[in-house]
Ligand binder design. Structure first.
Ligand SMILES: *Cc1c(COP(=O)(O)O)cnc(C)c1O
Length: 423
């Protein structure tokens, strides 16, 4: 019972589609998913003993690479002391302090257990605080799977070719307005909040146009709407202070996830003390969680934030920039037009048979994501020991454990893969 095929069959018998999150399925690329037995640094090993250089990295939850010793140690120590209590613990305070001290304008956070919960709660808070109903989101941005936010979602929703989800009532999305990314919508005073991924990283990568975020800030201020940065991917990765620092635009509310859990389930939302005072027990906006601020997860999160330096992220961004340029060249040498837009440590990859321009919104990204080239590249890489996300709508997650040598090796493997694709 240790082949990928056997595990996947067993999984499909008891788990719908054999996966606990649709992005993990090979629906859009075809084939059988590898089942991971373990991971270390930049690598994962499947149940057959195959090792892959891993660019999935839990979709961004792992910044230091898998099973980093500082994370393993603190999680082990925390587990010995008890895993959950339903009472305040020092770890929650330490993680909240670590976040607040790094992100300008972030005065308080409430910890939750996932990015979905974080965004859902931030939206509820924005509505409760402003007394308004409507929210604006952008086409192709993903903000977790809560009812009101799945509409026009990126990531798995886009990968499955769905406009949203069955089971979501018209009422649940009636107050969600969808706008194209990189265009500032004209707001009015019915809008509670504008929710945005400061760098769109769930439709492949779409960078904000210069001024887009600042103009959004100004438009929100004009009508008294709150600006929410969904920093579940960008937080503590784009810069120590996240997108706020990178773009020098300060939102009213933030949502976080992924990096801040160090690979364990954590999310957080936060903002100024003034806005956060609307949350129960201080105010009328209710939000809660049995496992919120879990001691294992907070210990891992603090360990990661304490470990990562400004220099680490600058170094990583530099590596990613070179990696992107080298990948583009390798593809072009093989006759495929590749675009690898990158912002800090975030990188996307679009493949095209003819010349193409870098997408600025979901409609443009979709054309390139759906041209069928990515699935061939994906399998050509997988068979050469490099694991990419099994869908063209995701970005590359390059951890601090990915060395220059490993990135260079990836480029030469990609060159081989590209030649196979054009042969
Ligand atoms: C992953 C993601 C979420 C959802 O986080 P989960 O932990 O999967 O619930 C929300 N927003 C963005 C931008 C994400 O990338």
């Amino acid at each position: 019972m240790s082949s990928n095929q056997a595990w996947f069959e067993r999984a499909q018998a008891v788990i719908p589609g054999g996966v606990d999150s649709p992005v993990r399925s090979f629906r859009s690329v075809g084939g059988t998913p590898y089942t991971v037995a373990s991971g270390r640094g930049a690598y994962v090993t499947d149940v057959e003993g195959n090792e892959y250089l891993d660019y999935v990295q839990s979709y961004g939850a792992s910044l230091l690479g898998h099973a980093h010793p500082v994370v393993v140690d603190v999680v082990r120590d925390a587990a010995i002391k008890g895993t959950t209590f339903g009472a305040p613990t020092p770890g929650e305070v330490l993680l909240a302090e670590a976040m607040v001290s790094r992100v300008r304008g972030l005065e308080q956070v409430r910890l939750v257990s996932s990015g979905t919960e974080a965004v859902m709660s931030a939206v509820r808070l924005a509505r409760g605080y402003t007394g308004r109903d409507k929210i604006v989101k952008f086409d192709g941005c993903y903000h977790g799977h809560s009812d009101a936010l799945l509409v026009a979602g990126g990531s798995g929703v886009a990968q499955m070719g769905l406009p949203g989800s069955a089971g979501v009532t018209a009422g649940a999305v009636a107050d969600t307005i969808v706008a194209p990314y990189n265009e500032v919508p004209t707001l009015n005073d019915s809008i509670a909040a504008v929710l945005v991924e400061p760098v769109a990283a769930n439709m492949n990568l779409v960078a904000p146009n210069p001024g887009f975020l600042a103009d959004l800030r100004a438009e929100c201020d004009r009508v008294g709407a709150l600006l929410i940065f969904d920093e579940v991917i960008t937080g503590f990765r784009l810069a120590i202070g996240g997108a706020e620092e990178f773009f020098s635009v300060t939102p009213d509310l933030w949502s976080f996830g992924k990096v801040i859990g160090g690979g364990l389930p954590v999310g957080a939302f936060g903002g100024s003390k003034k806005v956060l005072a609307s949350l129960a027990p201080l105010g009328p906006v209710y939000q809660a969680g049995t496992l919120s601020g879990n001691p294992l997860a907070t210990a891992a999160g603090v360990a990661v934030l304490d470990h990562v330096t400004i220099d680490d992220l600058a170094l990583l961004a530099g590596r990613v920039k070179n990696f992107a340029a080298d990948l583009e060249t390798a593809f072009r040498d093989a006759g495929i037009y590749a675009l690898a837009p990158n912002v800090g440590a975030l990188m996307g990859l679009y493949l095209s048979e003819g010349e193409a321009t870098v997408p600025r919104n979901f409609a443009e990204a979709k054309v390139l994501n759906e041209n069928g080239l990515y699935k061939r590249f994906f399998h050509a890489m997988l068979s050469r020991g490099v694991a990419l996300a099994p869908g063209a709508y995701e970005i590359f997650f390059i951890s601090l454990a990915h060395t220059v040598a490993e990135l260079e090796r990836t480029v030469s493997i990609a060159a081989d893969a590209a030649k196979e694709m054009t042969a």
